[in-house]
Ligand binder design. Structure first.
Ligand code: G6P
Length: 368
């Protein structure tokens, strides 16, 4: 085997634990010296300046990275984002304006639907940017601008380190777009970049939670279904947590925006329902806590994943709690992804599934 698992039992665990390093490499790729600005490839200059929309298209976990990216482009660059799943995007009648940027996100750079969407957007005059982990891939070669994630080879079918490196790259792009569009001051940019630069360290701390996550995973593995909820950038993360769990453990899992709980999934809540509540102590914390209260009131089993600030404010009645260090908002999705990945991994281990090669899944889907 070209890539060794070393002391890890599975590639998935190896790749989860590689994230502080992979993130460091990806950030080094996109941050300028002395590290307080984003420095993207020359071709990116001006690409976000006089545009009225940006589109992001991808599949699977890469699509969920794009969903987080939307919050950042809108918040930091005031740029409306149109995001879609690749297999839908090219069958919609999207009213394109020539010269708008279109971002495609893919670990492999070979996913058939994403590649076809890229060609579709290119034929309609969009400027093509791709965020890919394989620099020699078809998608990289077909793009005007390539933003590499430097995660290194990802072997486990369920994407882990590629996801967080995609997030880091999208964050850097959104910051660069904000600078270019005059919506971010130099000080604001420096603060965001400082936050990002701290991510690898926060990830290392998050990985130390593995024994606690393992214990929770064993409890979750006793149930047939699980729900993941979050608000803001924690919403796409809830989708990713659910996707990861179902991919590797085959436990039925759904991700929901916390505010949507009352519009459907609350009907399912009873004592047999673990609900992973992703809630850093940010501006939407109180609202998410009131959703968690609704779960508690119905004897559901909330597993709160929060930071120190959130832990000090959270109501009683939780089934389990995982506490991460308090960190800048821009880091939270990258760091909170790690306990979700470990939860899926250990649930799969508890259930004896084939973690690195889950049934029916492929690492790269090159058919439509
Ligand atoms: C497959 C993989 C997923 C991945 C998706 C998109 O479904 O199992 O882990 O997220 O394809 O792949 P890409 O290479 O385009 O990121």
């Amino acid at each position: 085997k070209a890539v060794e698992k070393a002391e890890h039992k599975h590639y998935m665990r190896k790749e989860i634990f590689e994230q502080p390093e992979a993130l460091g490499r990806t950030l080094a790729q996109h941050l300028g010296q002395p590290g307080l600005t984003v420095a993207l490839p020359a071709g990116t200059a001006g690409v976000f300046r006089d545009v009225d929309r940006l589109s992001i298209t991808a599949c699977g976990t890469a699509y969920l990275a794009g969903l987080v990216g939307r919050y950042w482009f809108e918040r930091y660059a005031g740029l409306p984002v149109d995001i879609d799943i690749a297999s839908e995007f090219r069958y919609r009648d999207v009213p394109f304006r020539a010269g708008n940027p279109a971002i495609f996100v893919s670990q492999s750079g070979e996913t058939a639907d994403t590649l076809a969407s890229l060609e579709f957007a290119r034929a309609r005059g969009q400027r093509i940017l791709s965020i890919v982990n394989v620099p020699t891939s078809t998608m990289a070669r077909a793009s005007e601008i390539v933003l590499p994630t430097v995660a290194g080879p990802e072997i486990g079918v369920a994407s882990t380190k590629a996801f967080t490196c995609q997030l880091a790259t999208l964050a850097c792009l959104a910051i660069a777009a904000g600078r270019e569009r005059g919506t971010l001051s130099a000080e604001a940019e420096a603060a965001l970049v400082r936050g990002l630069a701290n991510t690898p360290r926060a990830m290392t701390t998050a990985l130390e939670l593995e024994p606690a996550v393992r214990k929770i995973a064993h409890r979750v593995a006793a149930f047939r279904s699980a729900l993941f909820i979050g608000r803001g950038t924690s919403y796409p993360l809830a989708l990713e947590g659910a996707l990861k769990l179902k991919e590797v453990s085959y436990i039925h899992a759904e991700g929901y925006a916390a505010g949507e709980l009352k519009h459907g999934p609350i009907a399912l809540i009873d004592k047999d329902f673990p609900v992973v509540v992703i809630a850093p102590g940010d501006a939407s914390f109180e609202k998410t806590m009131s959703n968690m209260q609704e779960v508690i009131a119905r004897e559901g089993r909330p597993i709160l994943i929060t930071d120190q600030k959130g832990a000090s404010l959270a109501p009683q009645g939780r089934w389990e709690t995982l506490v991460l260090p308090t960190m800048p908002a821009i880091c939270a999705p990258l760091v909170f992804a790690l306990p979700l990945q470990l939860l899926a991994y250990h649930a799969a281990l508890a259930l004896g599934t084939d973690v690195d090669q889950p049934r029916n899944l492929a690492k790269s889907v090159t058919v439509e």
